[in-house]
Design a protein around this ligand. Structure first.
Ligand SMILES: [Zn+2]
Length: 293
């Protein structure tokens, strides 16, 4: 089991042992390593639970084959939608309805919640209700970088396994790099052009919430640098010295402080559940209001 998967031996041994003895918890958390490895490990456990062969997972029986093709009727996978920043409560309620139905083919229904840290607190509470009254035929597997993203009430009802130390995710890094350079570009536009042009430039965020978040996060150090320059300091951190200089020489210190506070606030709102399109318009409203008043 878990062959070819880059996970620790202690993980392999403890999960295989629990499975063999039919003692795997009805709620399993897989943390550590990277997203792909976590998901592959979750699928392997699901296969072992649904397999009808001798050595589970046999990878040969009809159940294993269906799992590999993602068409097993008792294997349900829940993940964040591509254009969303979270797994919402409705999606979890939908799982609850499915969990009440008896499995189609085997003795178990397996639910994988992929990157479950994206569940907001309401979604976690909805899941908690299912975990509190577990039915024998249901098993939940939650993957996440760290179980610390869950409410304590969730972790206390689950068994967490670490796959090994968390790994660096290059995909996330690309988004961060893109966000940095676009944040710089937008601040340049802000200093030199009209709100109309700025708004045009931000329309790209409508389909890319992750990029919007990355841009807001990256604007903060540039604005902080402008403040440092205004107070006579020179230890800049953003890597966009020219933009910081331009802001510091064009806006009053009071305005720069306000800019920093408002961008931070917007960034927090976007990271929770603020209306996405409104937040995009709000960004330009904040910036241009500060510039003109
Ligand atoms: Zn099998």
């Amino acid at each position: 089991m878990f062959e070819g998967l880059n996970v620790t031996d202690s993980f392999k041994n403890s999960v295989s042992f629990a499975l063999k003895n039919g003692r795997l918890s009805h709620a399993v958390i897989l943390e550590g390593k990277n997203e792909d490895i976590r998901f592959a490990a979750a699928k392997e456990i699901a296969k072992a639970l649904l397999c009808k062969g001798e050595t589970k997972p046999c990878s040969m029986c009809s159940c294993c084959v269906k799992c590999d093709k993602d068409i097993h009727p008792d294997l349900h996978i829940l993940e964040k939608e591509a254009d969303s920043t979270m797994i919402k409560v409705d999606a979890v309620r939908n799982i609850k309805a499915k969990a009440l139905i008896f499995p189609n083919e085997g003795s178990k229904s397996v639910f994988i919640i992929r990157e479950a840290q994206y569940m907001n607190p309401q979604a976690q509470n909805a899941l908690l209700k299912i975990l509190e009254e577990p039915s024998k035929h249901v098993c939940f597997i939650l993957t996440c970088p760290s179980k610390s993203s869950f409410l304590e009430t969730i972790t206390s009802r689950s068994t967490a396994y670490s796959l090994g130390e968390e790994e660096y995710d290059s995909k996330k890094d690309e988004k961060a790099d893109e966000g940095k350079s676009l944040a710089n570009e937008l601040l340049q536009i802000y200093m030199s052009s009209s709100e109309f042009y700025f708004l045009q430039k931000t329309s790209v965020f409508q389909k890319d919430k992750a990029l919007f978040k990355a841009v807001l996060t990256s604007m903060v150090p540039v604005i902080r640098d402008a403040l440092i320059l205004q107070s006579g300091g020179n230890e800049l951190i953003s890597g966009y010295e020219d933009t910081a200089k331009r802001i510091s020489s064009s806006l009053t210190q009071k305005k720069v402080v306000r800019l920093l506070e408002e961008i931070k606030e917007l960034s927090e709102a976007v990271n929770s559940s603020a209306n996405h399109n409104l937040s995009i318009t709000r960004l330009s409203a904040i910036l241009y209001d500060i510039k003109s008043h």
